[in-house]
Design a protein around this ligand. Structure first.
Ligand code: UDP
Ligand code: MG
Length: 327
């Protein structure tokens, strides 16, 4: 019986992977619990998969799955969770930004009955602009979203088996983990550690990625932008009504005057702008519905040292010869 699974998504991490693995094993062995390490290679274009295969060959506690292309960290985490068999599962990054030495502490808190133990980083050693932007984003999120998302609380966390099962039961394609973790509920405890820089290699998140990720997060957890459109429409209608009454009163009191061309054109342009923006918001949601309705699997597996259980529904590894070229 595996007590603990460590799930590690890796994308082009060949530079740090060996160091990470050593640090991880060094942190896990003293705890005396039976553990397994589930690596997910997210379509890396470097030597990551070779390193993973070597690790798996050398240590039966290491398992891996490799994607056919880069599907993104969310999909990699999902694959890792599906692979995991432990009574507790720890999600962490491969770049040593999530220090393995905190795992015993997480395990201890879990044994006190918490289903989610979150290791939360502070924002030390990070650019001023990035810190400010993140803070603003989280303030916005806290106002708009129906779930609570905490600044600095990333994916470095321990989940109990029932929390993992709850996550796996959510079928959506557009996965925003930060929101999903909070959506499933359960008793959660967190502690803060000092932010560390990645050990080697570079971050895969550009500014544009982060922005899109932020928008995804906002939209996948609420329909308030649509509500905002309704409110704007109502207010505009009311102001138009007041303006119309004012014109009628003017006509009745002073006789007919010629209304201004400027007023007319301003009203038309402003209204078209609002209508287009609203259409855009609706389009975002329709696009998401379209995405979900295709019911595509979250990822495609190139190879794994597992049986078909890790694959999404409807996928199989046949023919077996192709799936495991080196056995
Ligand atoms: N990652 C992944 N797929 C991706 C991008 C990243 O599996 O498309 C993994 C990456 O290998 C690392 C973790 O996600 O283990 C965090 O990535 P990164 O360190 O680049 O993000 P940051 O720490 O800068 O937010
Ligand atoms: Mg990182």
């Amino acid at each position: 019986m595996v007590q603990m699974s460590i799930v590690v998504p890796c994308f082009n991490e060949s530079e740090v992977l060996a160091a990470f693995h050593d640090a991880l094993v060094a942190a896990l062995e003293p705890t005396g619990s039976a553990f397994e390490i589930c690596y997910v290679d997210d379509g890396s274009r470097d030597a990551t998969i070779t390193i993973l295969k070597d690790l798996a060959a050398a240590d039966p506690r290491v398992r891996y799955t490799s994607f056919s292309r880069n599907f993104g960290k969310e999909s990699a985490m999902l694959a890792g969770l599906r692979m995991s068999r432990g009574a507790a599962v720890v999600l962490m990054d491969a770049d040593l930004q999530h220090p393995p030495e905190f795992i015993p502490r997480m395990l201890e808190l879990h044994q006190h009955g918490y289903d989610q133990v979150v290791a939360q980083r502070d924002r030390a050693n990070e650019g001023v602009l990035r810190t400010a932007l993140c803070r603003a984003y989280y303030r916005l999120v806290r106002r708009c979203m129906n779930v609570e998302v905490v600044n600095g609380a990333g994916d470095f966390r321990l989940l109990s088996r029932r929390a993992v099962d709850a996550l796996l039961a959510l079928p959506e394609n557009n996965r925003f983990s930060k929101g999903l973790f909070s959506w499933i509920g359960f008793d959660t405890v967190s502690f803060t550690y000092e932010n560390v820089q990645r050990a080697a290699g570079k971050s895969k998140w550009s500014g544009r990625h982060l922005l899109n990720y932020g928008i995804d997060g906002l939209i996948s957890f609420n329909s308030r932008p649509l509500r905002l459109a309704i409110h704007t429409g109502l207010w505009l209608f009311l102001s138009a009504l007041v303006y119309a009454l004012w014109i009628i009163a003017n006509v009745l009191l002073d006789g007919v005057d010629t209304p201004g061309y400027a007023t007319l054109i301003t009203a038309v342009v402003a209204l078209s702008g609002i209508q287009l923006a609203t259409l855009g918001v609706i389009g975002e949601y329709v696009g998401r519905i379209y995405d979900e309705s295709k019911r595509r699997p979250h990822y495609v597996v190139r190879e794994t040292d597992e049986t078909a259980t890790v694959l999404g529904p409807g996928l199989s590894l046949e023919p077996a010869g192709q799936a495991r070229p080196e056995g």
